[in-house]
Ligand binder design. Sequence first.
Ligand code: IDP
Ligand code: MG
Length: 139
Amino acid sequence: MTSNRTFTMIKPDAVSNGHIGNIINDITSSGFKIIAMKYLHLTQSQAENFYGIHRERPFFKDLVSFMISGPIVAAILEKDNAVEDFRTLIGATNPENAAEGTIRKKYAKSIDANAIHGSDSNENADIESNFFFSSFERF
Ligand code: IDP
Ligand code: MG
């Protein structure tokens, strides 16, 4: 994967609160192109594997329970400087600390139910995209 791509998930809170359309609009109007997208409900083992890097953190169990509490939208996005620019667009992990106008500020209620995921590096964007999409599912 090239450095102009990132991976995102619209998390169960934002899906159940009816924010899919607004969030996709924020993403595309910020210059990101959708390369691949799917709507799905993660299994427990899929969520544990996806967040495996956080396995030892105290919130791991709650994070997995939350991520399997309802369907999500997974997508690969393309833009120059995608990883960094998308982290800026979504805002800080804790919505209380997120900048005005960011997706988490607008749509997230708490640090655990924080509306959206964004990859934190090009390497993880690649790993996370491959977790959800096979090569024939993307342009
Ligand atoms: P990020 O999503 O901003 O990259 P990470 O530190 O990678 O944040 O954490 C992954 C996810 O785990 C967060 O998006 C959030 O849903 C959850 N999380 C992180 N820290 C906490 C916490 O202190 N309590 C509860 N959940 C947390
Ligand atoms: Mg992270």
